[in-house]
Structures are given as C-alpha cells and as structure tokens.
Design a protein around this ligand. Sequence first.
Ligand code: NAG
Ligand code: NAG
Length: 395
Amino acid sequence: MLLLLLLFSEGLVQRGASAKASQVPGPPRAAAEEPISFRVLQTSSFANSSWASLHGSGWLGELQTHGWDSVLGTIVFLWPWAQGNFSTQELKNLQNLFMLYFHGFTIEVQAFAHEFQFEYPFELQVSAGCTEQAGKASGSFLNGAYQGSDFLSFQGNSWKPSPGAGSPAQKACEVLNNYLDIKEIVQTLLRGTCPRFLAGILQAGKSELERQVKPEAWLSAGRPPGPGRLLLVCHVSGFHPKPVWVMWMRGEQEQRGTRRGDVLPHADGTWYLRVTLDVAAREAAGLSCRVRHSSLGGQDIVLHWGGGNSAVLTLLCLVAAVSLLVLLAGHFCSRKHSSNRKALAPAASSPDSPTGADGQGPRTPGRQVYTPQESWIKNRFLKKWKTSLNQLWGR
Ligand SMILES: *[C@@H]1O[C@H](CO)[C@@H](O)[C@H](O)[C@H]1NC(C)=O
Ligand SMILES: *[C@@H]1O[C@H](CO)[C@@H](O)[C@H](O)[C@H]1NC(C)=O
C-alpha cells in the first residue's frame, strides 16, 4: 500500500514557471517562450483518524483541464480536448492508477499519521507534473506539503525532506525511499507519461490557450484608508491570457504605491484583477490607471481618475436613476413631480467618491452598478480561487 502513497505524484508543478511571469508587474512577454506545465494537484484533508476527503485536479498552465470525481473514482474531462492524444485505454489505466493511489494514500497516511507526527485535523497537498519549453520537455517535479508548508519532494530518484520540515519529513522520506518500485513508478509517470501527455494536450488545446480576450476596465473608490485619504481601485476583468500589466500613473510616472491583488479566475476561463492606490484625497486628480495586455495590440487602456469613464458612467447612472424616479413619481403623483426632482438632485450630485464599490459609505445609484459584480466575484470565485491558489503554491 505504501507503494500507492508514492505513486500519487503524477504532476507536480514547478512553483510558478508561468505563474511567476504573470505575478510580476511588467509588460506581458511573448507566450511562445514561456515554459508551460501540466500538473496534477491533490489536496487531502484529514479531520480525524476516521474521516478524510480528497480533492484532485489537473492543470495545463493556469487552466484547469481535469477534475476528479472521488465518489465514482473517475477523471472528469473539463474540455473536449482534455484527453490530449492518449487513447481511451491508456486514460482508463491512468484512472485506475489514480483511484488506487488516492485510496491507498488516505489509508497509508492515517496509518502513519502518528509516526510522522501529523496532528488532526491536517491537510496534505501534492503537486506533481512536468514542464515544456519551446516544444521540448524541460523538467518534472513532485512536491508535498503538510499544513500548507513544504514537506518533501521527489528529486532525481529519491525522496528528499524539505528544508525546515524537520524530523517528521526525514522519517517520511526514509520510509518512502525503501520502496524501489514506487520510486520507479513515480519516475515513469513524471519523466515518461507526463511529458508525453503534455505534448499531446498542448497541441489539442492550442486554440484555447492562445485565445486572446480583451479586458474591460473601470474605476471605483474603496473603503477610505484614513481621514483625508482615498483608495483608488482599478478593476480589470474578463481578459485572457493571464499575464497583464496594470499600474496607477501620474502622466508617465508609475506610482510606486500601486498594490496589485491576486489575479482571480472567472468561470469562463478569463481573469479578473484589482489594483489599488492609497492617496491623499487632494492628490487624486490627475492620476490614471493604465492597462497593458497582449490582446490590446499595444493600445493600452488608460482610465483617468475623476474625469474619465467612471465619472461618465456614474453620471449616466445617476441620470438614469433620477429619470426613473421622476417618471415613477410623475406616474403616482403628478403634482409632486417637481419637488421630487429637487430632493433627489443634491444627493445625487454629491457622492463622496466617483463611483464607490466596496460596500462602505452611503449608497448612491453609482455604487449599485458595481456592487453586484464585486460581490459576485467575492462569493463565487474568491473561495474557489483561494483553494486553487493554495494548491498551486503548495500551501
Ligand atoms: C470525524 O470528523 C468528521 C467530520 O468533521 C465528523 O463528522 C465525525 O464525527 C468525526 N469522527 C470522530 C470519531 O471524531
Ligand atoms: C502524443 O503526442 C506526443 C507528442 O507529439 C507523442 O510523443 C506521443 O507519442 C503521442 N501519442 C501518445 C499516445 O502518447
């Protein structure tokens, strides 16, 4: 059974070959030279000695291509091309292997939990896979984490404890290194199966991976960071591929206080990013948010704080809201028509932020435009994103 424990690691990700490029603020580079990986991620949660759950998934670069149905013990193909060029039989064999492995992994971990000093409840993560660059296999990896920290990895042909993981990891590696056949299987999967699968699925999924979708961008004000200060928020949404450069600028001057959030996934495979700047309210005028993305063909999106799209949009929304109210008022009580309009106008013309977005402060019609989208992202995707981020980075 221990054999299965080791077996699991089909697709570790190298920490962020492609992820890294997209995290660093800087103009996106040509996609062709980027290394790309296929990796299998596993997260196993152990609540107590008799209860565990497992989540498995497959990723081509930043794109999830596979899921794992742990009830049926089957691979879930999320795209028509996610079988790559493997035959149904070969995939079935892999599926059986994973089923055995996942099952065995849980049992073995529970059996060894005490010896490896795993304390309930705990979470183990495995990320295993291979990379390709410029059409050539360029490496493979398998990393394991305990409670979000590096625990061990497969290096060369043996198991190595991660620096800082202490004696439990040393003990685990000692045990694992006794099983030569497991090491052989892991090597075969990492250095044979994975690169072959990666080459095939890269071809099959080429058009999806190379899809260019232009971002939409808009501005809003976040919760004020302090008295007399503003949090300017630049939202960039719906773009593909993931690498994007977004910066708060004053003229041509990049603002060093620009803070970049995590790039969050939408359900349709496109991305969302929020970039903020904390400024003194009187210095906000003249700032702009600049967005550079491969889909824009060198034509950056530039949104000006206060004067640009957001103000226009807010104004449009205010006009629409006021008109609607006026119409309604007119409908119900034509005599109060004019007094309603007077009452509404001052409130509508003095929002304390151009649009508002983060659910703080008085509600204005402008705010309502953005709030649903934000909460949609927060509720639906932030959670999912956090899970996948944890898996991606082995934490
Ligand atoms: C183990 O954890 C599960 C899930 O939290 C819980 O439902 C169950 O009662 C626990 N069993 C024991 C023996 O503590
Ligand atoms: C799939 O494609 C890769 C790369 O083109 C190739 O090496 C492999 O033999 C093909 N077939 C299978 C079944 O792996």
